[in-house]
Write a new protein. Structure first.
Length: 78
């Protein structure tokens, strides 16, 4: 039983050591998503290039005051 507890302790330590870096990376990723949307990159392209779902991107965008994309056909940027 001790081996399993030791593995759990080790995993917890690794998790805690990387938690701050992961949160920083997530913050930077969200900033990049918002910058792309504000810069005119279509939401579908932002979704394709990011690790986030369309629903999450919309929620974050609205919370940060980014207006919805205009209705109609969308051009995909390269």
């Amino acid at each position: 039983m001790t081996d399993l507890r030791d593995e759990l302790k080790s995993a917890t330590l690794r998790y805690r050591k990387t938690e701050a870096a992961h949160e920083q990376s997530r913050t930077e990723m969200l900033a990049a998503v918002l910058a792309a949307l504000r810069g005119g990159v279509p939401p579908t392209e932002v979704e394709r290039l990011s690790p986030f779902t369309a629903a999450y991107i919309r929620r974050v965008a609205r919370a940060e005051g980014v207006p919805p994309a205009a209705p109609g056909p969308k051009r995909v940027s390269s």
